[in-house]
Design a protein around this ligand. Structure first.
Ligand code: GDP
Length: 190
């Protein structure tokens, strides 16, 4: 699918506000600084749509974007940012969990973004397990592959995949614009 329109609809802090929405929802999740906003902006060809953070962890709400009048893309707050207070972390945790795993919440897909250079962190693995336990339709994006040495790339990708298990993986780079078409099709269909 070609993304021809993408607009910001609203930001909500209460996940229950999304229960009444009728369009299929695609959730984007990852740790802070993984490049989630940059990926959303690249896919939608709109530089300022999602706010890329000079201050990681600042997107502390569920941001809803309307894609081609057909889908809602839900940009979740990044997790695992060290400089957020314990109280702030708990609030983000509740928001993420409430939206992903709360009663009646449904996502057509959950896009989990990991940093290919760093590899999956403990937080990433915990998120993955929770998504698996809840039977979510998971798509894993391995971002920042431009930071990996060409000679190491294949083995590094294999290592990530064997750590994270059998899922669909899209190697990606915002910097080099690698994987854009593949990811768009994997999320929204051809
Ligand atoms: P978010 O917190 O997950 O929304 O992350 P951002 O989109 O704000 O990106 C965090 C930082 O990673 C920024 O400095 C981006 O320029 C950088 N970044 C994002 N994607 C890539 C990528 O594919 N390659 C490289 N080298 N840097 C990236």
């Amino acid at each position: 699918m070609n993304i021809t329109s993408a607009t910001f609809v609203k930001g909500v802090v209460d996940p229950n506000e999304l229960l009444k929405e009728r369009l299929p929802q695609v959730a984007c999740i990852g740790r802070s600084n993984v490049g989630k906003s940059s990926i959303i902006n690249l896919l939608t060809k709109q530089k300022g749509l999602a706010k890329t953070g000079s201050f990681p962890g600042r997107t502390q709400q569920l941001n809803v974007f309307l894609i081609n009048n057909k889908f809602h893309l839900i940009d979740l707050p990044g997790y695992g940012f060290a400089c957020v207070s314990a109280g702030g972390k708990a609030k983000i945790f509740d928001m993420i969990n409430g939206y992903l795993f709360g009663e009646g919440q449904e996502q057509a897909k959950v896009v989990l973004i990991v940093d290919g250079y760093v590899g999956p962190t403990k937080d990433d693995m915990e998120m993955l397990s929770a998504l698996e336990e809840h039977g979510k339709d998971i798509l894993v994006v391995i971002n920042k592959i431009d930071k990996m040495k060409k000679s190491d790339l294949k083995v590094a990708l294999q290592t990530i995949q064997s750590t994270m298990g059998p899922h669909t993986y899209i190697p990606f780079s915002v910097e080099k614009k690698i994987g854009v078409g593949e990811l768009t099709n994997a999320i929204f269909g051809n």
